[in-house]
Design a protein around this ligand. Sequence first.
Ligand SMILES: [Zn+2]
Length: 228
Amino acid sequence: MQKWLTNLKIILKKSLDLIYPLNCVICKRKLNFDDGSYLCSECYSKIIRNKPPFSVKCDCSPVYFQRAWAVGKYTGIIKDLIHLFKYHRQQYLSKPLGKLMVDFIKTNLNWQTIDVLVPVPLHPRKLRQREFNQSELLAKEINKQISIPLANALIRIKQTSSQTILPPEKRLSNIAGAFKMREQKEVAQKSILLIDDVLTSGATANECARVLKQGGAKRIEVLALAGK
Ligand SMILES: [Zn+2]
């Protein structure tokens, strides 16, 4: 091969490496053309997904949503990905993570009956800190791939301690009154799929569902990336 062509190839590859992280974010191996974005097909296939019936039990009563699902267990690759995504600001991971949720929706849910996706909101202060709402980015990916409309129908008015560090009996009172309706007409009479990243006790999702129900939502289901 002519030398200039080799040089050109090297330059092109180097510039591409700058634009795209061409290594798998988990195993660091070079990505192939047929791999997904940011995650190699091998790591993607190693993600431990939940088996039917998928439902996550909520430690709350009354329960305001119909059912809650989690794509996988909060462990292994899925946990690593969520950590990179949320705490290391690797926003582009919403793509493979969103794809996981879309795969789940297409295979297991009667998604044609869902009217709108509502992400669990972050408190404005937290949003400024993190610069993005992880649940909203996931909902955006789902919206891109299966075009269910998205509505940021809820706002968070109370900044709460992280549910994961609290004992179960404190979680309900911690989250009570944390959300408010933003736009009632976005949810009235609608079938809603509430989107969250991690479901722990279900108390956060249930509080969102309570407010949505109060706002006239017909039916609420919950989908999270990972559950306990
Ligand atoms: Zn990999």
